[in-house]
Design a protein around this ligand. Structure first.
Ligand SMILES: Cc1ncc(COP(=O)(O)O)c(C=O)c1O
Length: 418
């Protein structure tokens, strides 16, 4: 038996050395260690669901089993099985009133490969990419593409979303604007007026560039949480308000969040056909296809509007229950004079809460909440924010209402003891 040395850390590429891994996964392993020790933790860290709290739709599960039994187990076409691409075309039309050609639809193993491929197909090294901070992983994808980050630090004053007014002075020499709504990490939703203003801004800038023969500005519109909105909020797409903007928009979507199906790995993008074709070729070399059986099943499931609506009624009720408990709990603490506040739930599976403990960094607050209250949250630093102002993401997909209530009681006690 020979033990080989695989610990030598030399020889990595500059890209690999410079890459920052997922900050949330680091926090997750810390929590796992505490849970294994038997500590009670209200785990609000992962942007995921626990199947104990949120199962995938029963119908979808059944369709996947049937597809596997029918032998749908070999390579899918590199742009996705045709039935699913057709189903996405119909779903897009029913959802947003937009008719797109099938050539604009690409299927992949979740939304991540599609986000990566969007950057790879559009951004050249040195190209400027505009995105808000905090936001999910745009900093990492910009790094991977060799792009130059142009970050807009957003605050509660603009509902943690960038406005057209903030973006306008930055677009002249930019290649892409990246927007996600409903937002991971803040749980906020962009208003109709702002979506329309940003779509119009992209059209105006491209009309100007077109007249001069310059390369266009693109808009990556990540709407992976769009089916999950609460309390009168609604999701809008740029193209339903300003149809011309579709020529420069890459829509990102999928089943991961809308159907609590993060492990099934089915996502889709809708974009101009020539961009879709290159994204397909890029992902073809990675082999980042969605599993064939899942694709066949999702193709059928997307046509079952009644099942989808029924599933969402239940899912949204359960999500809102958890997010409201958190929000109301913190607001009650605030009224009782404790240094905390939260933003009312609007969409996605997240809530923004601020712990105003002056003199403490966000990392210190995170450790304090975890160690003294068994309350696990993610600081906005994990989403690129540098400012230490006490804002955190709370994710509600993997906890029960009882766990939240117990966690809130421990937080109150910990804050009162400070
Ligand atoms: C805004 C946003 N986009 C995309 C993704 C990736 O989704 P998927 O699991 O389908 O790769 C996530 C996952 O957390 C997300 O929050």
């Amino acid at each position: 038996m020979t033990t080989v040395n695989l610990q030598d850390e030399t020889g990595l590429s500059a890209l690999a050395r410079g890459l920052v891994g997922s900050e949330i996964l680091k926090v997750a392993s810390e929590i796992r260690a505490l849970t294994e020790k038997g500590l009670e933790i209200c785990n609000l860290t992962v942007g995921d669901f626990s199947p104990r709290e949120f199962r995938i739709p029963e119908k979808l599960e059944q369709l996947i089993t049937e597809a596997l039994a029918a032998g749908e187990t070999n390579y899918p076409p590199s742009d996705g099985v045709k039935e699913l691409r057709q189903a996405v075309v119909r779903f897009f039309q029913q959802s947003f009133g937009l008719t797109v050609p099938i050539e604009s639809v690409l299927i992949a193993g979740g939304a991540r490969p599609l986000v990566f491929a969007t950057y790879a197909a559009i951004v050249d090294p040195g190209d400027k990419v505009i995105y808000p901070i905090p936001s999910w992983n745009n900093n990492h994808y910009t790094y991977l593409a060799g792009g130059v980050p142009v970050e807009i630090v957003v605050t509660p004053e603009t509902n943690f979303l960038p406005t057209a007014e903030q973006i306008r002075p930055l677009v002249r020499d930019a290649r892409m604007i990246c927007i996600n709504t409903p937002v991971n990490p803040t749980g906020t939703v962009m208003s109709r007026d702002e979506v329309a203003a940003i779509a119009q801004l992209v059209v105006d800038e491209n009309n100007r560039r077109f007249a001069r023969g310059e390369r266009p500005l693109f808009l990556m519109w990540d709407q992976i949480y769009w089916m999950l909105t609460f309390g009168g909020k609604r999701h809008y797409t740029p193209a339903e308000l300003v149809p011309e903007s579709a020529r420069w928009t890459i829509f990102i979507d999928g089943i991961s969040k809308a159907f609590a199906a993060t492990g099934l790995r089915v996502g889709w993008s809708v974009a101009p056909a020539h961009i879709t074709a290159r994204m397909r070729d890029i992902l073809g070399h990675v082999g980042a296809w969605a599993p064939r059986a899942e694709q066949v099943a999702v193709a059928r499931f997307l046509g079952m509007r009644e099942d989808i609506d029924r599933y969402h009624q239940h899912m949204i009720r359960e999500l809102q229950l958890r997010l409201d408990l958190l929000h109301d709990g913190f607001e009650q603490m605030r009224r009782d004079g404790l240094p905390v506040r939260a933003i009312a739930p609007q969409g996605a599976i997240y809530l923004s809460a601020q712990f105003q403990l002056t003199g403490h960094t966000n990392e210190e607050i995170r450790k304090l909440l975890l160690d003294r209250a068994g309350f696990a949250v993610v600081p906005f630093q994990a989403f690129g924010l540098k400012k230490e102002d006490g804002w955190f993401r709370l994710s509600a997909g993997a906890v029960s209402p009882d766990e939240i209530q117990a966690g809130l009681r421990r937080v109150r006690a910990a804050l009162e003891a400070l």
